[in-house]
Design a protein. Structure first.
Length: 91
């Protein structure tokens, strides 16, 4: 999905980052809000940090709240109609 917006009268488009090395899927992780312990970062796998949180509470029965962190990478590029669009796409 691409989200388009107008910024300072020039058209820009927001889309997922697709450059080489950028994760193609969101990164998921969890952090215990009691002790700060963190799960491993799971690429595209929400279940792994959820299971980590369940296990963490099982081992530390008073640690019951977590901060879920989901990271995605975006890129803003000139959209058609933006003078920079031609220079970057060659069209
Ligand atoms: Zn904890």
């Amino acid at each position: 999905m691409t989200v388009r917006s107008i910024i300072k009268a020039a058209e820009w488009a927001l889309a997922p980052e697709t450059a080489e090395g950028a994760p193609a899927v969101p990164l998921y992780e969890a952090e215990c809000t009691t002790c700060g312990d963190q799960s491993r970062v799971a690429e595209g796998d929400q279940l792994a940090p959820e299971l980590w949180a369940m296990k963490h509470t099982g081992l530390n029965t008073t640690h019951r709240t977590y901060r879920a962190v989901i990271t995605s990478f975006w890129r803003v590029s000139p959209a058609p109609g933006n003078p920079l669009h031609r220079g970057e796409t060659g069209r």
